[in-house]
Design a protein around this ligand. Sequence first.
Ligand code: DQA
Length: 143
Amino acid sequence: DTVHVLNGPNLNLLGTREPEVYGRTTLADLEAACRASCERHGLDLVFRQTNHEGELVTLLQQARGSLGVVLNAAAYTHTSVALGDAIKAVGLHVVEVHLSNVFAREPFRHHSYISPVARGVICGLGIDGYRLAIDALAASRNS
Ligand code: DQA
């Protein structure tokens, strides 16, 4: 089984981008942590980052047939009808993840187009959120 971990805009700058909000972990560190989690569960990993909304739609479509998706759509979470539609269209298990606690931040971050169509949502736990999301997808194999 394969898990797709998809990251949206500006997450390529992890480690240097507002470290007080997002921490000092880089995207490469995050990928390594996700790879270790997947290996523990015997899962293959596809790990991607893009700054482009339409590319995220394409990556979600390409995840069809996989066990599920861990999606940090970053700012597109709060703006993208297209991403919400794509999740509905592919019918995949999607776990929405945010590094920061979006509910403790500006009101415009409190709304998500992903949450209503996600299997679950994890936010505020930093990169541990990705590991927990992978654990949840792994557990869903037997249900
Ligand atoms: C984020 C939260 C979003 O509101 C923000 O636009 C991001 C990152 C997070 O991981 O905390 O870019 O998704």
